[in-house]
Design a protein around this ligand. Structure first.
Ligand code: FAD
Length: 338
């Protein structure tokens, strides 16, 4: 067994909040190792909406999610974090000296003074529609996330679902795809009112076809390439939609995975924290971002950023016992050269 990596802080999750936690820890001279089950940094921003603009990041009137992640990675870089991507944290055990040992699915071990759980919605995965043979089409012509909308230029696209993701992508693809067909089992859509209004306007302009009230029924094609999607009403009336691509947006299944077994106090599948310090019920383990909860919690990136700063300050006395921490503005301390 290789020797565990020894560091100040092990961060579980390289989403936007985990990345900013590297920066906040770094400002207090705490070194971090970061683990993520995805192959890339960025969490939901990278996996679910890389090309969508975000409008509520302070000081950034409009920034695409992928660009925000690039900037967070660059902001963390001077503090030389070590990333362990493509591996899931499976175990978390307290050692006799009070430090924590984090173990991953790839056999990596990290020995840390403290742990920050920035695991978002947990090990997330899409809710897959129960269609016979769908596996053969997945990642070829059935996609649960769009990483590059240009790849759909000129295609006939069926979008399934009635929530925000289905609406947002239908609207974005209306000018790119050859045809956009939106399949939903009700006539009413659940998304943001503004998006619903845009969807109906595009439908009236003939840029989107609304296929309601229908549910997905079957797939036709060969070699992983779709040629049609069949849909059906509750009464069993079946329609065939010629299509190249299916985008099912039925939400994410939230699965805390191994996190549920670490003895942390949970509140409805989230980790309960003290808002002032981001401390969980277990000393030495902190939680930030979407996975952390407290009364009136707002699940926003900016909220997670503030929690990351609080966690770093609360961790400092654990990682550097006896060392006095003088609060400093970044304008005073600066950052090391990358
Ligand atoms: P995440 O981004 O979920 O990242 C968590 C990471 O942890 C993931 O990469 C996951 O793989 C990893 N992980 C989980 N468990 C493990 C494990 N056991 N081992 C290893 N890795 C693990 N927020 C805004 O503020 N403004 C917006 O405009 C906005 N728009 C959005 C639009 C959409 C379509 C969606 C889906 C979300 C939007 N959000 C927005 C929400 C925002 O993306 C989340 O609040 C943010 O991603 C939370 O960041 P996080 O780092 O806490 O978690």
């Amino acid at each position: 067994m290789p020797t565990p990596h020894r560091t100040d802080v092990a961060i579980i999750g390289a989403g936007p909040v985990g990345l900013f936690a590297v920066f906040e820890c770094g400002m207090l001279k705490l070194h971090c190792h970061v683990v993520d089950v995805l192959d890339v940094q960025g969490g939901q921003c990278a996996a679910l909406y890389p090309e969508k603009p975000i409008y509520d990041i302070p000081g950034q009137p409009r920034i695409e999610a992928a660009e925000l992640i690039d900037r967070l990675v660059a902001q963390a870089a001077p503090f030389a974090p070590v990333y362990h991507l493509g591996q899931r944290v499976e175990t978390l055990a307290r050692q006799p000296d009070g430090r924590w040992l984090v173990g991953t699915s790839a056999g990596t071990e990290i020995d840390a003074a403290a742990v920050i759980v920035a695991a978002g919605v947990g090990a997330f995965g899409p809710n897959r529609p129960p269609l016979a043979g769908i596996e053969a089409y997945e990642n070829r012509s059935v996609f649960y996330m769009v990483t590059r909308k240009e790849a759909l230029r000129g295609k006939r696209v069926v979008v399934a679902g009635g929530g925000d993701s289905a609406l947002d992508w239908s609207i974005l693809l209306a000018d790119i795809a050859a045809k956009v067909m939106v399949v939903h089992r009700r006539d009413k859509f659940r998304g943001a009112p503004d998006s619903v209004a845009k969807l109906h306007a595009l439908a009236e302009a003939g840029k989107i076809e609304l296929v309601t009230p229908y549910q997905l029924h079957g797939l036709e094609g060969a070699g992983g390439q779709l040629s049609a999607v069949t849909v059906a009403t509750l009464d069993g009336e079946v329609r065939r939609l010629d299509a190249d691509v299916l985008l099912p947006f039925f939400g994410l299944s939230m699965n805390l995975g191994p996190i549920a077994d670490w003895g942390l106090a949970l509140d409805k599948n989230h980790i309960a924290i003290d808002q002032a310090t981001a401390a969980t019920s277990v000393p030495g383990i902190f939680a930030v971002g979407d996975i952390a909860t407290y009364p009136h919690k707002l699940k926003l990136i900016l909220t997670g950023f503030a929690e990351a700063a609080s966690a770093a300050h609360a961790i400092h006395p654990l990682a550097r016992p006896g060392e006095v921490l003088h609060f400093e503005y970044s304008t005073t301390s600066g950052v090391p050269a990358a």
